[in-house]
Ligand binder design. Structure first.
Ligand code: SAM
Length: 231
């Protein structure tokens, strides 16, 4: 969830919403996820680090280090062009020069489908064997939480479309943990439940599709089944 200091004005967000409503999609159904009742991303990340004895961690998008500062691990790298972490650059800049590999990578940078796809591919290239990729903000509750551009102060972006697209790949196994705004989970192993969805451009998916095919698209797992799922 973006807590953006440079959030557009309320009027701008409202006008963008009207434009989106007229030009893009009208859909009022919503999910009642209550993220205050689930574990946080840092609870889950630290549990994974402990049980898998992970030694190296990369976070893409750190902001004010709310998550990054709580991660307990030997080696951690945080990349953000604006604030927080350890390196002041975009994820693309980082991956173009990086020579390290990582056990756990947390993708939480620019929440736009096309960039998230790049971050996933680049992360897969530097993920250690039996490593894990997590992605934040995969389960928007309402249409307004996932529009591009942003139309609401609570905003997840359209990261969810990258999860759906990843679900169609043979070479990776993708899930979504029902915790903390939805945590995507990507493992470098053959897909155990490949999604078949005939669409050329996943950017064109609508919130209505996400709502109507929620379990199948996102492959939801309980927050207490993460270790079991990873195996
Ligand atoms: C939602 S915040 C990250 C929150 C943080 N991971 C946490 O859990 O507390 C998103 C961050 O991504 C950063 N960001 C934006 N574009 C980026 C890019 N291309 N590469 C890396 N980070 C980016 C922003 O500056 C912002 O600080």
């Amino acid at each position: 969830m973006i807590r953006n200091d440079a959030l557009p004005s309320k009027l701008t967000l409202y006008l963008r919403r009207i434009y989106y409503y007229i030009k893009n999609e009208r859909f009022s159904k919503k999910f009642n996820y209550d993220w205050n009742k689930t574990q946080t991303r840092f609870d889950i990340i630290n549990k994974l680090i402990n049980s898998k004895k992970f030694k190296s961690y990369l976070e893409i998008g750190c902001q004010s280090d709310i998550n990054f500062s709580k991660i307990k691990i030997e080696n951690k790298v945080g990349v953000d062009p604006q604030s927080g972490g350890t390196l002041r650059m975009t994820s693309d800049e980082f991956f173009s020069q990086n020579k390290d590999t990582f056990d756990l990578i947390f993708i939480d940078g620019l929440h736009i489908h096309e960039q998230v796809l790049k971050d996933i591919d680049n992360s897969l290239n530097v993920l250690n064997e039996n490593g894990v990729i997590l992605l934040h903000d995969c389960l928007p509750a309402k249409i307004w939480h996932q529009t591009i551009p942003q139309t609401h102060s609570s905003w997840n972006g359209d990261v969810w479309k990258s999860i759906v697209q990843s679900r169609t790949r043979e070479d990776i196994d993708t899930y979504t943990i029902k915790a903390d705004q939805g945590l995507g989970l990507i493992l470098k192993r053959t897909n155990r439940d490949k999604l078949v969805h005939p669409i050329n451009n996943f950017k064109n998916l609508k919130f209505k599709d996400y709502y109507n095919h929620h379990e199948k698209f996102m492959r939801l797992i309980d927050e207490n089944k993460v270790l079991e799922t990873i195996g």
